[in-house]
Ligand binder design. Structure first.
Ligand code: INI
Length: 170
């Protein structure tokens, strides 16, 4: 059956990572995980721009500005919202998710969502490179797949991991 899909090759792709400083203990390993995924997928660290903002609530407005600035194929949005004793969590997490989705729907840039929303710091740590993996790594893989899918849907070449390594035929 005809199938159009992306690949996990980051070769030639240009990225931005927008990351919040709040809960830096969690967000810094998410950034490291995203970089690890990009480089291990054939991407170039020199083609990744890191943009930092204060907290998760600010992520959508900064994502919007980064997309409008141009020059990127994919945007990875990283943050960590951890529930406290007040309803603040719900406002911050809700606005971050809604705003990032709005940016994603309004641009051809591939946008992935790597914002943790957890009840406890322990749950967040589990998802930042310990027993539940690294959601920054996962968000970067999603961005790579989406960017290559976007190229494939537009009829352009979708670079594949295998084609990058194939020896040239003589
Ligand atoms: N920002 C976060 O990124 N994570 C949180 O858990 C959080 N909590 O719980 O308060 C948080 N708040 C700050 C918010 O994102 C804004 O930076 C702040 O309200 C200033 O606009």
């Amino acid at each position: 059956m005809p199938t159009i899909e992306g690949t996990l090759s980051a070769t030639g792709l240009r990225f931005a990572i927008v990351a919040s400083r709040f809960n830096g203990l969690i967000v810094e390993p998410l950034i490291a995980g995203a970089m690890d995924a990009i480089v291990r997928s054939g991407g170039d660290a020199a083609n990744v721009t890191l943009v930092r903002c204060p907290g998760a609530w600010e992520l959508p407005q900064v994502a919007r500005k980064v997309v409008d600035r141009g020059g990127i194929d994919a945007l990875i949005v990283l943050g960590a919202v951890i529930r406290g004793a007040t309803p603040h969590f719900d406002y911050v997490a809700g606005e971050a998710a809604k705003g990032i989705a709005q940016v994603a729907m309004s641009t051809d840039v591939s946008v992935s969502f790597g914002v943790l929303t957890t009840d406890t710091i322990e749950q967040a740590l589990e998802r930042a490179g310990t027993k539940a993996g690294n959601k920054g790594f996962d968000a970067a893989l999603a961005a790579i797949e989406l960017a290559t899918l976007t190229r494939a849907l537009a009829g352009g070449p979708a670079p594949s991991a295998s084609s990058a390594k194939k020896p040239r035929s003589k």
